[in-house]
Design a protein around this ligand. Structure first.
Ligand code: SF4
Ligand code: SF4
Length: 344
């Protein structure tokens, strides 16, 4: 893997060069909530304040709400007009935890059925990672094998080493982007030594730990323990924040907006935490709150790993930071009983 470097003062110019070919998205708080937003062509001040976005970068591929197609009826029958997003883009500044989350949901949207809306955006995007140097108290990524200052899940990986960024070319897509960049410099052995130190230091800053050994088996064993799950769910107010803003949650709902003989079909984020989630014609399969909370935990730590051998949580800590009642998944994981209980 090749490593290059670029002065911090040249970042604006680099982004400008990239914007000739692609739309650049980077961390912004212009909307009032930190998220990846279209670059205005000037402002790079996020480099001073950015720790991580509130809205995870999954929104670049699975937006909170997106138009799927419009339809209308005339004398010839029904007609559909698809609106695929073919925009070429760069998402700059994604943290390794959120890049891992994209890898988790890539599988969902490509495995047995290729979702054209997700896949077209994903294929046209270059992911540029930015090493995390200031994790939150709520982060526990290192317990999930995510390294805060390196990532195999991006195309390019930037690490702040002071007045410069080191740039690792992870994929051919990333390499191509750097080959065309004009202000790139060669690295020295001292730069690479700095990179090693930064990686070790920042990993050490992630102090929250979760023991994931046998967690899938423990959850299987405690699945039917109603008293345990009722206790776990007691303070949850079912606001859905921990799922909507979780980078590995991907549930969506479909809705139509109709006017006379035409309409638009949208899809939008949904949450298994809501009492009306997957409401069937007769009933909701998870009417009790404890069953919905159990679903949220078990989907990430039991069902997804059983199918894909990967835990669908990256330890980004959002569900801890953003929960209005301080529900804490790390406390839940530490408290899962190991005894065998009949399934309900
Ligand atoms: S953010 Fe907290 S209160 Fe809201 S659904 Fe999640 S656990 Fe419940
Ligand atoms: S479950 Fe919580 S810590 Fe894990 S990926 Fe989702 S928001 Fe992040």
């Amino acid at each position: 893997m090749s490593i290059k470097k670029i002065s911090k003062k040249d970042i604006g110019k680099l982004l400008e060069e990239w914007s000739c070919e692609r739309t650049v998205f980077l961390p912004s708080k212009d909307s009032g909530v930190t998220e990846m937003a279209k670059w205005d062509g000037k402002d790079t001040s996020f480099l001073e304040w950015y720790r991580n976005t509130v809205v995870p970068a999954k929104s670049s591929f699975l937006p909170p709400m997106e138009e799927m197609f419009t339809f209308y009826k005339n004398n010839d029958g029904y007609h559909l007009e698809l609106s695929p997003d073919q925009q070429k883009r760069i998402v700059f500044g994604i943290r390794p935890c959120d890049a891992r989350a994209i890898a988790v949901i890539d599988k969902v949207f490509t495995d047995s059925y290729e979702d054209p809306y997700y896949v077209s955006k994903r294929k046209n995007t270059v992911l540029v990672g930015l090493s995390c140097t200031s994790p939150y108290d709520s982060c526990f990524c290192t317990s999930l094998a995510v390294k805060p200052a390196e990532s195999p899940d991006v195309d390019l990986m930037f690490t702040d080493i002071g007045d410069e960024f080191l740039v690792e070319e992870i994929t051919d897509k990333g390499k191509e982007l750097m080959t065309a960049a004009s202000m790139v410099k060669k690295t020295t052995s001292a730069d690479e030594a700095k990179l090693k130190t930064i990686r070790a230091t920042v990993s050490g800053k992630v102090s929250r730990k979760v023991d994931t050994k046998d967690i899938t088996k423990k959850l299987q064993a405690s699945f039917g323990d109603k008293a345990y799950w009722e206790n776990v769910a007691a303070k949850c107010i079912s606001c859905g924040v921990c799922t909507l803003l979780c980078p590995t949650c991907y549930c969506f709902d479909i809705c139509d907006e109709l006017s006379k003989k035409q309409g638009t079909r949208y899809r939008r984020w949904d949450s298994c935490g809501f009492s009306i989630y997957t409401r069937m014609p007769v009933e909701n399969p998870r009417e009790d709150k404890w069953r919905r909370v159990r679903q949220k935990v078990c989907h990430k730590y039991e069902f997804y790993p059983m199918n894909s051998e990967v835990i669908a949580c990256t330890g980004c800590g959002r569900c801890i930071r953003l929960c209005p009642v301080n529900w804490d998944i790390t406390q839940v994981l530490a408290s899962v009983p190991a005894q065998q209980v009949a399934k309900k």
